[in-house]
Ligand binder design. Structure first.
Ligand code: ADP
Ligand code: ASP
Ligand code: MG
Length: 404
């Protein structure tokens, strides 16, 4: 069997953990499998590097940031190869350049386009465990790129797809995918299985246990994923197309604290205004999420929307530039201390009253809803950031997600 095993930062945070991972991989190798290991940077190394960069130059270019961040993964893979070697097993570490993992040009948020598998296959044929840097790629200028925070999951799934692996295991610091972040909701329950679609929604809505692109890619190439703990041998969660269990009404609750709301006040109540507003943002690749437009009154209207917290300054700058000319609005308000709380479940498609039940749970704990958005399999509300823990627990409780 060819097995791809990915270990996140906490799983390789120190010497003891590195040897723990080395032993787990060696076990598979000794059982006659081909083993490809994908690693993240050790512990919080990526955050440390980002802080160092900010200290030197708060406006550092994304190219140089990627050049810096890719060193984190390079350290962990080399140390892992040394650990395996010391345990008597031949291993080789490879970075994105050596493998040749081709991505789009966009620094800090590149997408994998193609992975050359020859080098990896040769090393496997030479009976080596192959250890690959997660999170990084190389673009057409031969520069390093990164895939966005948490992107090592995507490296692992892409490798599993390219190598036609028999198994793709994502090892992390929790036992699997839970009905909510177990660090916030103590009663959260581990799911045995979840569909790609539900997992994709949860990941996109803030459940950081998997990078959302990794789920997108797993669905596209039919890679069945197992999410499990690197610290014990508990069976994890299988992420796949169809689940055997009867679909639950709601399969999970997620939160995203990295959101901001922008309100554009006093726009003209005329055709083309929304187009102009969002076109300015689209030109700079700023994604807009929940949008609310007020009813026009006295010839004016307001449009509010949410953006990622790290894009808000750029978005406001762009809009301010056009405030008096093309937008002709009175003012632009920003609120940064907001959070998104969402419920996700394929079962809610055919069930009325799911949203109402969520709103009731929030009302019961006195949490005010600022914005609402829904799709077939999710309901999202925007609330004050200070209420996130209370809201998550109340909503989770109301859908009895801890019962079984
Ligand atoms: P890694 O470094 O292994 O990639 P991450 O920190 O990226 O680990 O992801 C694991 C974390 O995801 C957990 O520690 C947990 O706090 C968080 N998390 C958020 N939502 C969920 C969820 N629904 N199920 C499990 N973990 C979740
Ligand atoms: N080291 C990177 C990060 O911290 C990638 C990853 O961990 O998946 O975001
Ligand atoms: Mg992660």
């Amino acid at each position: 069997m060819l097995i791809v095993k990915k270990f996140g930062g906490t799983s390789v945070a120190d010497k003891e953990r590195i040897f723990n991972v080395a032993r787990r991989c060696i076990e598979d190798y000794k059982n006659g499998n081909e083993v490809v290991v994908v690693l993240s940077a050790m512990g919080k190394q990526t955050d440390v590097l980002l802080a160092q960069a900010k200290d030197i130059n708060p406006n550092a270019s994304k190219r140089e940031l990627d050049m810096l961040l890719t060193t984190g993964e390079q350290i962990s893979v080399a140390l892992m190869a040394m650990a395996m070697d010391s345990l008597g097993v031949p291993a080789v570490s490879l970075n994105a350049f050596q493998v040749a993992m081709h991505t789009t040009s966009v620094y800090s948020n590149a997408r994998l386009k193609k992975i050359d598998t020859d080098r990896i296959k040769n090393e496997l044929a030479n009976k080596k465990i192959v250890i690959v840097t997660g999170f990084q790629g190389v673009n057409k200028f031969d520069d390093y790129t990164t895939l966005g925070r948490g992107g090592s999951d995507t490296t692992a799934v892409a490798l599993a797809a390219a190598l036609h692996a028999d198994k793709c295991e994502i090892f992390t610091d929790v036992d699997g995918v839970f009905t909510a972040d177990p660090r916030i909701v103590k009663n959260a329950r581990k799911l045995n299985e979840i569909t790609y679609d539900e997992m994709l929604e949860l990941a996109t809505l803030g459940a950081g246990v998997l990078h959302n692109r990794s789920v997108e890619m797993a669905k596209k190439y039919g890679v069945e994923l197992v999410v499990r703990s690197s610290l014990n041998t508990t069976e994890g969660t299988v992420v796949k197309e169809e689940v055997k269990m009867e679909k639950m009404l709601v399969s999970g609750v997620a939160c995203d604290r990295n959101a901001a709301r922008i309100a554009v006040i006093g726009l003209e109540d005329q055709p083309g205004v929304a187009f102009k507003l969002f076109n300015h943002l689209a030109k700079y690749n700023i994604n807009v999420d929940i949008i609310i437009q007020s009813i026009g009154r006295d010839g004016t209207k307001d449009i509010s929307f949410t953006v990622d917290g790290d894009k808000v300054d750029e978005a406001v700058k762009i809009l301010e530039r056009h405030r008096e000319t093309s937008l002709k609005c009175e003012k632009i308000d920003v609120e940064e201390s907001i959070a998104k709380v969402s419920i996700v479940g394929a079962g809610m498609m055919s069930n009325a009253g799911v949203a109402a039940k969520m709103f009731e749970a929030l009302y019961d704990v006195g949490v005010n809803i600022k914005m609402i958005s829904t799709s077939e399999i999710r309901v999202t509300v925007i609330i004050d950031d200070v209420h996130v823990d209370k809201a998550m627990n109340a909503v989770h409780e109301s859908f009895s997600l801890a019962d079984f």
